[in-house]
Write a protein that binds this ligand. Structure first.
Ligand SMILES: *Cc1c(COP(=O)(O)O)cnc(C)c1O
Length: 228
């Protein structure tokens, strides 16, 4: 991975077009329209100065995984660059629901009934109804966010009853093993529940995810370089 500190000035634009063409290539292999896949540039840990060049290169959709970090970086960026969209891709504590609803345009980490309650309340209060993905603990890992596969039908029903707009499922497969079976499983679960969105695939595996139906890939280090 290129160190952004020593990379040439056009490195962000090159990284962006490289990732975009890899997405398009994977989509064509799977006979999908590349335009159906949204690239979320995951800017967590990276400062505003690293984000601006990507905006200049044309990227409009970004992801952060912590509310506090996003609050410090994004209000000024959004003011300076109208038309940006910001997605929350990391775990959300219920007591941060109001801040998250105020700051983000979409939440990928809805994973438990208490968060359904907190988000529904925050959205009603703000009059801002964000689309959400339900995160699934696709590898049944302890300590990992996401609802258990067995709990998914009940959680979806609760979210719908609370009038939260669920647009798809999200997963982070277990590390260091082949992710394809987990992507295929998320795709099947989404289809079983009549959901169109599949948020899956990161820097190391987004092409596999695209071939298996991803509608949103969340790519950080392949765009920004390695995190500190
Ligand atoms: C950090 C993160 C990503 C991006 O990871 P990279 O490997 O840097 O592409 C994607 N999804 C989630 C949930 C993350 O926390």
């Amino acid at each position: 991975m290129t160190d952004p500190a020593i990379a040439p000035a056009d490195a962000p634009a090159d990284a962006l077009s490289g990732v975009q063409s890899r997405i398009a290539h994977a989509a064509r292999i799977a006979r999908r329209d590349p335009g159906d896949i949204a690239l979320i540039a995951v800017s967590k840990t990276h400062p505003v100065e690293a984000i601006v060049p990507l905006i200049t290169a044309g990227q409009r959709l970004f992801g952060e995984n912590r509310v506090q970090e996003a609050q410090a970086k994004w209000p000024a960026l959004r003011e300076a660059h109208p038309g940006l969209a910001l997605h929350l891709i990391g775990q959300l504590q219920s007591n941060k629901a109001e801040e998250a609803v105020a700051l983000f345009d979409c939440i990928h980490s809805l994973d438990r009934p208490s968060l359904v309650t907190a988000l529904a309340k925050a959205m009603d209060k703000a009059g801002r109804h964000l689309p959400c993905f339900v995160q699934v603990n696709i590898g049944a890992e302890e300590q990992k966010g996401g609802c258990a596969i067995g709990d998914l039908p009940a959680l979806l029903a609760e979210a719908r009853a609370a009038q939260i707009n669920i647009i798809g499922l999200m997963c982070v497969p277990p590390q260091a093993i082949e992710p394809a079976p987990f992507f295929a499983l998320l795709d099947k679960l989404a289809a079983d529940h009549g959901l169109d969105g599949r948020s899956m695939g990161m820097s190391d595996d987004f092409e596999t995810a695209v071939m298996l139906g991803a509608t949103h890939v969340r790519v950080g280090s392949a765009l920004f370089g390695a995190r500190a």
